[in-house]
Design a protein around this ligand. Structure first.
Ligand SMILES: [Zn+2]
Length: 286
């Protein structure tokens, strides 16, 4: 069974995931832009997949692995998504939305049973009202949302769908995810960063050096101090890239005092990208 640690590269991700498993937010949202489940994956170029659905499924696994005996209920229209890993099937109950049942019906059933985790898939303008009922009733809800935004910008979409401007008054976690191409390890070489480019970066990220230190691996490759680029070789079919990497953004709002969109992510995707660039996994120019 795949676990989330197969997909991330930086230690802070493990800390944020563990925090959510130990103390789930009232509402946790996995954010990213993926094709709709009904769309044939063959018709969509791979770079359009953010990896959101993968992370969403893995977060359910992380929760159940961290809480043996806990009960998870999933409300979804997507039969494929509702297949749980074999070792968790006894802990999971699927409530399929079809022609005769609605999200509202299933949320009412979930409120009666009180699962340890309620998964509502997906979050949309139609599922937000029943989802808010579940959150306000005190259930821990996990959902996924198809948006091109990350971090607190996602709240603008939620406000458009009717989330009150002061938020839900509950703990919220947003985990945003994006796919990027990895540099080919066979032909990568230290990149020459033009002084103007470096100045642009430090203007945009004044705490660049500090953030890079904060994110650096505790063990593993030592800091090279270089960024990398690749020109292409036979192994990568002259593209300079091999494989896909997932990059993350984590935002957790504990006791909302401000409108939610004013909060800053604890782990920003831009910092995550920069650190991977520094480790030679990505190109700085990408
Ligand atoms: Zn190559």
């Amino acid at each position: 069974m795949l676990r989330l640690h197969d997909f991330y590269h930086l230690p802070p991700v493990a800390e944020y995931v563990r925090q959510w498993v130990d103390e789930p937010s009232s509402l946790a949202l996995i954010c990213g832009l993926d094709p709709q489940p009904t769309q044939s994956q063959r018709t969509v170029p791979s770079q359009r997949f953010s990896g959101r659905v993968t992370v969403f499924r893995l977060m359910v696994n992380e929760f159940l692995a961290g809480h043996p005996g806990a009960v998870c209920m999933m409300i979804t229209e997507d039969r494929q998504l509702s297949r749980f890993a074999r070792q968790f099937r006894d802990q999971a109950e699927v409530l399929l939305v079809d022609g005769s049942t609605t999200y509202e019906d299933h949320v009412a059933a979930a409120l009666e049973q009180g699962p340890d985790l309620l998964v509502i898939d997906p979050l949309s303008a139609f599922t937000l009202p029943p989802m808010m009922i579940a959150v306000e009733a005190g259930l821990n809800v996990l959902s996924q949302i198809d948006v091109p935004y990350r971090g607190s910008a996602v709240f603008h979409q939620l406000a458009e769908w009717g989330l009150p401007s002061e938020g839900l008054g509950q703990t919220l976690s947003l985990i945003s995810v994006q796919h990027v191409h990895g540099l080919c390890p066979h032909c990568r070489q230290p990149a020459t960063i033009q002084p103007e480019h470096w100045m642009q970066l430090t203007r945009r990220y004044p705490d660049l050096d500090q953030n890079l230190k904060h994110l650096t691996r505790a063990s593993g490759p030592t800091e090279s101090g270089f960024f990398f680029e690749s020109r292409g070789c036979p192994t990568c079919q002259e593209t300079g890239y091999i494989g896909e990497k997932l990059v993350f953004d984590f935002l957790r709002v504990e006791t909302p005092l401000l409108p939610p969109y004013q909060y800053r992510s604890q782990l920003m995707m831009s910092d995550y990208l920069l650190q991977l660039a520094k480790e030679g996994v990505l190109s700085l120019t990408d």
